[in-house]
Ligand binder design. Sequence first.
Ligand SMILES: Cc1ncc(COP(=O)(O)O)c(C=O)c1O
Length: 440
Amino acid sequence: MADSISSPTPRVIRNDPWYGSYAARAETMRASEIRALFAVASRPEVVSLAGGMPYLDYMPFGQIADLIAKMMREKGDVAWQYGLAQGDPHLREDVLQIMQLENIVDVQPDDVVITNGSQNALDLITRIMCDPGDVVLSEAPNYVGALGVFQSFQVDVVNVQLDSHGLIPESFEEAVKEQRRLGKKVKFLYTVPNFHNPAGVTLSVERRPKILDIARRYHVLIVEDNPYGLLGFDGQTYPALRSMDAENVVYLSSFSKIIAPGMRIAWMVAPPGIRQKLVLANEASVLCPPNMSQFTITTYLDNFDWKKQINEYRGMYKKRCDTMDAALHEYLPYCSWNKPMGGFYIWLKIPAGLDSRAMLPRAVTAKVAYVAGTGFYMNGEGKDHMRLSFCYPTPERIHEGIRRLSTVIDAERETTQLFATSGKPDNDPRDPEYPGPDVP
Ligand SMILES: Cc1ncc(COP(=O)(O)O)c(C=O)c1O
């Protein structure tokens, strides 16, 4: 469900003999639009601006391999053994220095829980907090992976609004009041404050205390999901919400974007009561995070200048973002977007009347892929947007990808103007009968 999906969408199984036997929560699960696209978008001739995969080619894999071999010779018996449900103590100690970069200075290793990626962390927090029908407030457009988790726990996702300065505090407060008025239980606010996926925006420093103040006044927990915080293009970081409030914030971060996602290692910090439940839930779900992956990460952190490496990543992503921004100005000046200050994504608004989801098969035919905006909402909104990722393709491919995209959008505009319609019928990809994009 995360962006870096590596397998194609399972097709709808017709005449499934187990139809009628599934739990209600399994009935609510849907394939993400990103996954539906993966098989075609990953063909080499297609410039994929769809996935959120970090670019790893600059990693010193030869040296890393030597160090892992040494680690295996020295402590292979532990690396290949079961570990603690809360995670390896050495790694829990190591993540403290990473969090200090965003002003989180009051955490002890015992406050940290290691997870199998932040996806696992999102699952755990929803698992321990939410019953079916409870409300989670979530910024719209939403991070797809979180939507998948919320859906699988039959949570009602209520959107709160973002603008170019991030989450709008008044929208948060209104949503809490309205849901309470309706008699609903609001369990938490889910927010990605830095370099948002997919919106690209960052919560302003001025708004941060306001959000925390509302959360405290209404006793609403905040789940702060921060995989991109260290990827500010100019090296800038922002004080984490967790750095200002230890009692009302559950903080999530991950090695996926700052080192590599293949290890599936992330971490969370939570107030003691919640943390205890998270560890129990982790034990019930996976027994323990994988020792082999945790030891690989600690080996990397202990032996490499990881701050320098993150700096190099920042420079690389900045160049790619600049290239995409310049190409958009060159080829699609009538579209609108906020140029992000970090992270992986541009959230592009396309001209009124166009439908990014209906247009996608034509884009893939023109050998460029993106994620349609509808994938980031549960209610069919988002047709007028698309997410463009600049993290993985080289600058040359990004430029070419935007050029190709412009031919598709130009043609679509012409057709819309001619017929005053966006063309395709309004299929719902969350409908189990939806056949997926009819790509060649
Ligand atoms: C906002 C956000 N949260 C969480 C994740 C998942 O990260 P992980 O690879 O640690 O599961 C992603 C990945 O794209 C993301 O963009």
